[in-house]
Design a protein around this ligand. Structure first.
Ligand code: AKG
Length: 208
């Protein structure tokens, strides 16, 4: 039994406190925003997050999830039509610490967002076919962007340093995956955000 993975720890990261500014800025990071606009449309919105991942050496991993057919509702669909990608929930994972070869952490199955057959359970548990599961190596400060439809998850952490990453999950502007807990729990926390940040915090609706 490994240590528990501290995932999606709820932090009041969008409040008015000065230390919340970096979390707000990452909603609309200029190097990331163009990719989200390309994949989700100009009026993408924060669906849920940010969540903080913190793992010490020996922390257990988690079952891989997502996949081309496992969640067939449109919130996690993926298709390509007439020159552009259409997909739902999309992850931006900001690495706060390096993730090097053999250390574990974020892993995914390339191409699985287009799968037409379910992923074997033994593969999702990382018991078989490990050679097809790609461990993502990245440096602190990198952003990894992927559709939640891709089969992905967490490998046990073996790094000597603490693994830390922030998860932001975005949806097309008209669509919600989660119940939008942030809007209910903190109804006033977007008031002093910049107009650009507030736009990303809007409840789902069609915007032209
Ligand atoms: O980075 C990780 O550990 C995996 C993240 C994950 O499972 C998710 O985004 O749903």
């Amino acid at each position: 039994m490994g240590k528990t993975n501290v995932r999606n720890k709820k932090v009041a990261c969008f409040s008015r406190a000065t230390w919340c500014e970096p979390f707000r800025a990452l909603l609309v990071h200029p190097n990331v925003k163009p990719y989200l606009e390309e994949v989700l449309g100009k009026k993408y919105r924060l669906d849920h997050g940010p969540g903080l991942i913190a793992m010490e050496d020996g922390t257990e991993g988690g079952t891989l999830h997502g996949g081309g057919i496992e969640r067939p509702d449109f919130s996690e669909a993926y298709f390509f039509k007439y020159g552009r990608i259409y997909t739902g929930l999309t992850v931006v994972e900001y690495m706060l610490a390096d993730e090097g070869p053999g250390e574990g952490g974020l892993a995914l199955i390339p191409g699985s967002h287009k799968a037409n057959l379910p992923c074997p359970t033994s593969m999702k548990r990382y018991e078989k076919y490990q050679k097809h599961v790609l461990e993502i190596n990245a440096k602190a400060g990198d952003a990894v962007i992927f559709t939640e439809t891709l089969t992905h998850g967490t490998l046990p952490w073996k790094g000597a340093h603490q693994r830390r990453a922030l998860l932001y999950k975005f949806s097309p502007g008209f669509q919600a995956y989660s119940a939008g807990a942030h809007q209910i729990t903190y109804p006033d926390y977007i008031e002093d955000m910049s107009p650009e940040q507030r736009e990303v915090m809007e409840a789902p609706h069609i915007r032209h």
